[in-house]
Design a protein around this ligand. Structure first.
Ligand SMILES: [Zn+2]
Length: 358
């Protein structure tokens, strides 16, 4: 059977690294901005979509992060946040995603008086509405959980970590830190990570995207991260000789031995310059070496991408087949911050039968 883009869309997919404020529909940004009196750099849906993509395409992580001033800017009321969260679930369901962990930083949505708890409740409401709306008559559904992100240049990580624990039985699966890596090592938030470990809570850390091995090493060996947000620069610790012989450094060997999940985001990496093209993206090597590779979107609006697009670009660049896509998907499901029995239920009850039916 020939693999088509439509077949990839129908295949069950699992997404661990997606930013709520990076996945708005351009039309929704326009609509919410008009209501909130927020000025935008473009006036039509097409122009705005192009503006986001171009700004994100500039090759600099700092410029990339600038685009979030507008998405975060229009997400300052509970209604706006709930709408964005609901549409996020609808868009992921239409894309064939069966399980997703979607992250955002509550502290960025309190400019107009919402409390951090209000923000989390608004996202929870939107996710619940979206999951209800996506339920098919046959009982198929999408499961979506929140990850609470703290901004690495700010000083609220402990507070956000406490909220992740307080909300863990109400749709919050874990914690993350994000933002420009340079100058803000994860060890700056050590108290938050140590607190989460004492609480038996899960967390991932954005590390090894623009910045190299020290950032990955700190995230794992100082902070105790369960997963690496990106982690793509782990290839700096892998040597491929001219004759094809591969030698892993101690950190790369540790990551592979311990099955540490890598939340790889190919399209985003190409945009920020962390990789030159999909074909040259380290995901090819890391997959060949059987690291715990997962495929993710990062920011669907800025990168004009989807899980189907990400998977399809890998099919085109590396010739992957359905077996490979299923491997990425099972890897992601195994690495989710969902309880073990729920992960197994999704793998055996949804992912494997879904691929078998294609
Ligand atoms: Zn990210």
């Amino acid at each position: 059977m020939e693999l088509t883009r439509e077949l990839v869309r129908r295949a069950p997919k699992v997404l661990l690294h997606d930013h709520l404020d990076g996945g708005l529909r351009p039309g929704t940004v326009l609509d919410l901005a008009a209501r909130a009196g927020h000025a935008l750099p473009a006036g039509t849906e097409a122009e705005l979509a192009a503006w986001f993509h171009e700004a994100a395409d500039s090759g600099s992580l700092e410029r990339y992060l600038e685009t979030f001033q507008h998405t975060v800017g229009v997400m300052q009321s509970a209604e706006a946040i709930t709408r964005v969260a609901r549409e996020c679930v609808e868009d992921l369901a239409a894309d064939g995603v069966v399980y997703a962990e979607v992250r955002y930083a509550p502290e960025q949505h309190v400019e107009q008086g919402l409390s951090l708890d209000d923000v989390i409740a608004a996202v929870a409401e939107g996710f619940a509405q979206g999951m209800d709306a996506a339920r098919t008559p046959a009982g198929e559904r999408i499961v979506v959980r929140q990850l609470l992100t703290a901004m690495r240049h700010q000083a609220r990580s402990m507070e956000i970590a406490e909220l992740a624990v307080a909300w863990r039985d109400r749709g919050v699966a874990g914690f993350d830190i994000a933002g420009a890596e340079a100058g803000y090592p994860p060890t700056r938030h050590l108290d938050a990570f140590e607190y989460l470990q004492r609480e038996n809570a899960h967390f991932t850390i954005h590390a090894g995207e623009a910045f190299g091995l020290p950032s990955i090493w700190q995230a794992l060996q100082w902070c105790g991260a369960d997963r690496l947000g990106h982690g793509v620069r782990i290839v700096d610790d892998i040597e491929v000789a001219d004759d094809g012989t591969v030698t892993l450094g101690r950190l790369a060997a540790y990551v592979r031995d311990k099955r540490i999940p890598l939340e790889l985001c190919p399209a985003s990496n190409v945009q920020t310059g962390a990789a030159t093209s999909i074909a040259e993206h380290p995901i090819g090597l890391l997959t060949r070496l059987r690291f715990r590779v997962t495929v993710n979107t990062d920011n669907r609006l800025m990168s004009r991408t989807s899980m189907t697009d990400e998977m399809w670009s890998l099919v085109e660049a590396f010739g992957y087949g359905l077996d490979d896509l299923r491997w990425f998907t099972v890897n992601a499901m195994k690495s989710a911050f969902l309880p073990f029995d729920e992960r197994i239920a999704l793998i055996d009850g949804v992912v494997k039968p879904g691929y078998a039916a294609l």
